[in-house]
Design a protein around this ligand. Structure first.
Ligand code: CA
Length: 231
């Protein structure tokens, strides 16, 4: 059984979450403070940690940083504020993903499964004592409909997601703006090719955020369009 630690101080949220996870056949432990979580993580092994950012005795960020000194266990953050998302997914904190409140407990269990799948569920040693996780430059999680860049889940809008997916699934192929509009927009007639440029710009920025200093995978072919280049 997959063991999940839930660190959440709001009883209503915690209860709903624990119930949903147990229904989905996870083995769940719940604590309300960072201190209790750290004590528990020393004593027991977990396959997954769900971590509220706002805890009574420390922030979820501090807790995750402490955890990351010894463990690469997947961490899903619960956050009430959009402003916290960038920090969560930044390398500084080392979170694997986040969900903003309010959320549906079903959404959480689906996310936990998706993250475990991508991290290789079923390993005999669940908490991997390593600082380096093997990550792909771009990874498409078809179930969760998310794209990860250097191991970090990109926070893409629906159109950005579809746009990047088209380029990713056809890496090396040059697309004109019209072709991208056709493939990634439901109603291509309603938008202009400038829309494509704006979305490409935004996707590039989000990929740069995932890994500062990484070179642009999406290249501009002047007068032609765009191509995604994977080394
Ligand atoms: Ca809280």
């Amino acid at each position: 059984m997959t063991r999940v630690l839930v660190v959440e101080d709001e009883p209503a949220i915690a209860d709903a979450l624990v119930y949903a996870l147990q229904t989905d056949r996870f083995e769940v432990s719940h604590v309300m403070t960072g201190g209790d979580a750290l004590a528990m993580l020393v004593d027991e092994e977990f396959d997954f940690v769900i971590l509220d950012v706002g805890l009574p005795d420390m922030t979820g960020f501090d807790l995750c940083r402490r955890l990351r000194e010894t463990s690469a266990v997947p961490v899903l953050f619960l956050t009430a504020r959009d402003a916290e998302i960038d920090r969560i997914l930044g390398l500084e904190i080392g979170g694997d993903d986040y969900v903003t409140k309010p959320f549906s407990p079903r959404e959480i269990t689906a996310r936990v499964r998706a993250i475990l799948r991508r991290g290789g569920a079923g390993e005999s040693s669940p908490v991997r004592m390593t600082t380096e996780r093997s990550v792909e430059v771009l990874f498409h999680d078809a179930v969760a409909m998310r794209i990860h860049c250097h191991g970090i889940c990109l926070d893409l809008t629906a159109h950005e997601y579809k746009l990047l997916l088209v380029l990713l699934e056809n890496a090396g192929r040059v697309f004109t703006r019209d072709q991208l509009l056709e493939k990634a927009w439901y109603d291509p007639g309603a938008v202009t090719d400038r829309t494509v440029d704006a979305h490409i710009k935004s996707v590039r920025a989000k990929m740069r955020q995932a890994r500062a200093g990484a070179e642009d995978l999406i290249q501009t072919r002047r007068g032609l369009g765009y191509v995604l280049v994977m080394e």
